[in-house]
Every structure is written in C-alpha cells, then in structure tokens.
Design a binder for this molecule. Structure first.
Ligand code: F6P
Ligand code: MG
Length: 478
C-alpha cells in the first residue's frame, strides 16, 4: 500500500534530502545535546544527572553514525508498539546507510531514535528536548501575536453578539464576508507554518518575522502556487446550510508556538462563524521534527495566554544573557490576549475544541498506509467534514514523499486518501521539500527560472525555503 513512484532519497545530490542529512540533522542533534547538557547541569538529582550524561553520549553516538554514514541500527524495544514497524521496515530496506536511504523514513527514524533514548531512562521519560526552543520562538513572535489577537477579538465579538461581520448588511454580503475571512484565516494559518524550527538552521529570525505580519501576508498571496481554499469553503457552507447538527473539522497539527496559535485562530473562527461545531486537533505523541505540537505544548500556550504579562516579561536565559529588558504589554494588549484565553478555554471546556493524539502520526511511513494500518483512526476521520493537514511533513506523508512529476494531480498523488476515500483532504503547505504535485503545466519550470529557483541545476530549489506554498483540496466524499 505504498506508492510505486520512487521516494526522495538522501543519496540524491540534487535533493533537499541530501542537504538535510549532511548539514541540517547534525545541527539539530547538536542543539539537542546542548539542551540536555543545560538541564543536566542544572539538576541536583544524582540519578537524573547520571542519566543526563548517558543521554548526551547516546546523542553524540547518533551524530557520529550519521556523519560517518554508518548503517541505521535497529531501535531498542522499549515497549511501544511502533518499534516493531520501524525495525521491520529497516530490514526491508536492507539495512541502509544514512547517506543513501529514503528521506521520509530516515527522518522519522531520526526523531524516533532520539525519543527512544529518553524513554530508556527513568528520570527523563517525558522530557521534551525541543521544549525550550518552541517556547522562546513563540515569545519572539509577539508583534504578530498581538496583531492577530486584536483582530480576532473584533471579528469574534461581532459574530457572536450580532451574528454578522462588520459592514455586511444582507445575507449575500455576510456570506461574501465570511468567505473573505475564511480565506484570510486559512492563509494566516498557512504562513504560520513557514516559521517551523527545523528550518531555523537556514532562515534567520528576521526572515521569519517578515513572514508573520499582515502586509507580508498580502505580498505572499502571489507565492501560493495552487490555491483551493474556495472549494474548501464551499463544502463547509454547504454543510452549514444543510443544518446538520454536528459538523466537525479536523486539523492534523504541525508546529507548536506561533503556528499552533494561528491554528487556534482558525479553529476559533470556524466555531464562531458556525462553519463547524467541533474542531478536533491531532498532536504528536513524541518530540517530533523539532517543533511539532505535543499535548503539553497546547497546555503551555493556553497558560501563556492566561497570564500574558507574566509570559512576555519573563525573559528566556538567552535574552537575559543578551542584556535585553522586557517591554510590558499595554492594558489593551493584555485584555486582547486574555480574551483569546477565555474564548479558547471555553470551547475546550465545552468539548468543542478537542485534542486527540494517536501514535500513527509518528510512524515511519506515509499516509498511504493510514486506512490499512490504523482503521479506527481512518473511520474516525471519515466523520469529519474536512481534514486539514498542516505543513510540509504532512504533505510529504500525504504524497509518499515520492518523485512525482509536478503536474501529477493531487488526488492521484495522495493514493488511498484520494477520490471516493470518504475523507475530505485539505493540505495547507509551505514548501520545504522537493515533492510538489498538482501544478499547472510548465509552472515548475517557470519558478525554477526565478532567482534562487534552482535554474538548470536539476534541483527544485524554490520548493525548499518555505517561501512558496500550495493549498490543495481533494473531496473524497464526492
Ligand atoms: O525542509 C526541512 C524540514 O525539516 C523537512 O525535512 C520537513 O519536512 C519539514 O522541514 C518540517 O516542516 P513542517 O514543520 O512544515 O512539517
Ligand atoms: Mg513540523
């Protein structure tokens, strides 16, 4: 049940897989080592400190094996059900080496292997080695967070008190305004993905902040190569008009911090506008691709909003060292953020905003395997009006991370999740990897010819940086 189209491989010198395995992953492991070092140094618990040193040595071993192109070793059986699947696949791949192995599998393996190091200890079992980075990056997206919070409060207050949107007088105008807002919220949600931390190794913070403001967003619309948001809006309004009582939208989450914040903005908007009655969020179960959402990241975000002044005036160690002084929030900023806290907590408490983890999301294969490998999750997703897949990795998993011609229809590239599957798929993806499908004829060539697009190097460089995006929809219920 995998695609027959060959997968992207770390052995292909024209691919981002090649750069990732050789340049990005060693940096990510080094950052993990630094993090554990800091925590080990800070603890007074002897056992914890001893285990911390062991973790550092295991991470260093992993980095050595990666950089010296050794074989990927079988994962130790630490009791979780997914280990057997990872190891079986390793056998089937013929004990591959790091520098020539399918990209998707090896990158998942990398994070699974890191996680298994922690689970083998007593004191570090639930330690999230990327938590520090996630929270401090959320702190530095403050300007965009404040801008969005104010806007969200305005829109939602209007919708909930007057059941309308500012300026809309007739039903048609209201629908039109709802569509414009839906598209805007989704685009905010899309570009929120450009800020993931696994890319920070080649994008500066300044680059990232530029990607977050509203001016920037308008400019970025030109960078959405395919945009199916209109189709997604249509299915949600149709369901709303049919007066079905339960209308659920799912979001297969990607990154924590700013991206999760904008996912919640979209979720809250859909609920307030009546475009959905329940939102189900799907987080990861282990620290994943540096910045992906774990259940505790959701809790951390909500508690940051519960006491925003404290959150924004408590400096991270790095900022303290840099001699920064905290700038307090104004009264209205505090009140906007608290409004979000109350709004989202209420939805959460009333069961309209649900978190539903599943180990499937951190397995090593593509989503082509979902219906067969995890039938109960698959059946559950069929209950939804629309399943939104956020980010680059989800897109790679949808398409099997395979070397499709760029003009392959999206519906074909997602295999069993395509037409007549019973699930409606919407991918919101900023491009950070080679695979891209569903493009009009010669669009790939056109963008390759732009600055930094890759030219005739044989590499699709434009799709690596997170600066271009695709929004693709497939109606599996049609
Ligand atoms: O391109 C860098 C990369 O780490 C990819 O390997 C991976 O698919 C992606 O970023 C993770 O990004 P996202 O958080 O958008 O899934
Ligand atoms: Mg991610």
């Amino acid at each position: 049940y995998d695609t027959k189209t060959p997968p992207s491989s770390t052995g292909d010198p024209t691919s981002f897989a090649y750069v990732s395995a050789r340049e990005r992953w060693p940096v990510i492991i080094t950052q993990a080592i630094d993090d554990v070092h800091r925590s080990t140094w800070a603890t007074k618990d002897e056992e914890e400190s001893k285990e911390g040193k062991w973790i550092v040595s295991e991470l260093a071993r992993l980095k050595y094996e990666l950089q010296h192109n050794r074989e990927l070793s079988p994962l130790p059986d630490e009791g979780e059900s997914d280990i057997a699947g990872y190891n079986k696949e390793l056998e089937a791949l013929g004990r591959p080496k790091w520098h020539n192995v399918p990209w998707l599998y090896s990158e998942c393996y990398l994070y699974r292997r890191i996680s298994s190091i922690f689970t083998q200890t007593q004191k570090w079992k639930s330690y999230d080695v990327f938590a520090r980075q996630k929270m401090s990056s959320f702190q530095s997206s403050r300007p965009a967070v404040l801008e969005l919070a104010a806007r969200y409060k305005d829109i939602v207050t209007e919708l909930e008190s007057k059941h309308t949107i500012k300026g809309a007088k007739t039903q048609e105008e209201l629908e039109e305004a709802e569509k414009i807002l839906f598209v805007e919220m989704c685009e905010i949600c899309l570009w929120g993905n450009a800020t993931d931390l696994s890319l920070l190794t080649n994008l500066s913070y300044e680059d990232i902040q530029k990607l977050q403001g509203s001016e920037a967003r308008k400019e970025s619309e030109k960078k959405i190569v395919v945009n199916d948001l209109g189709k997604a809006f249509e299915v949600l309004t149709l369901a709303q008009k049919s007066r079905e009582k339960d209308r659920r939208v799912d979001i297969v989450l990607d990154n924590a911090g700013f991206e999760l914040f904008v996912d919640l903005i979209l979720a809250g908007y859909l609920l307030a506008a009546g475009l959905a009655t329940t939102i189900v969020l799907h987080p990861k179960s282990i620290p994943w691709f540096v910045s992906d959402v774990l259940p505790h990241d959701f809790a951390a975000l909500i508690s940051a909003l519960a006491d925003p002044q404290n959150f924004y005036t408590t400096l991270s160690d790095v900022d303290k060292h840099a001699g920064k002084t905290p700038i307090p929030l104004s009264e209205s900023e505090v009140s906007d953020l608290k409004f979000l806290f109350e709004h989202w907590s209420r939805f959460h408490a009333e069961g309209q905003l649900v978190l539903r983890p599943n180990r499937f999301w951190t397995e090593g294969g593509s989503y082509w395997r979902l219906p067969k490998l995890e039938p109960s999750l698959w059946e559950d997703l069929k209950e939804s009006e629309l399943v939104i897949f956020k980010g680059d990795l989800n897109y790679r998993k949808l398409t099997g991370d395979a070397l499709w011609p760029a003009t392959t229809p999206f519906a074909e590239a997602i295999g069993p999740l395509g037409p007549k599957s019973g699930v409606r798929v919407l991918a919101l993806r900023t491009c950070k990897a080679d695979v891209v499908v569903g493009l009009p004829e010669s669009e790939d060539e056109r963008i390759r010819a732009t600055e930094g697009g890759g030219g005739d190097s044989g590499a699709r460089k434009w799709a690596w940086s997170g600066k271009w995006a695709v929004v693709q929809f497939c109606d599996g219920k049609a």
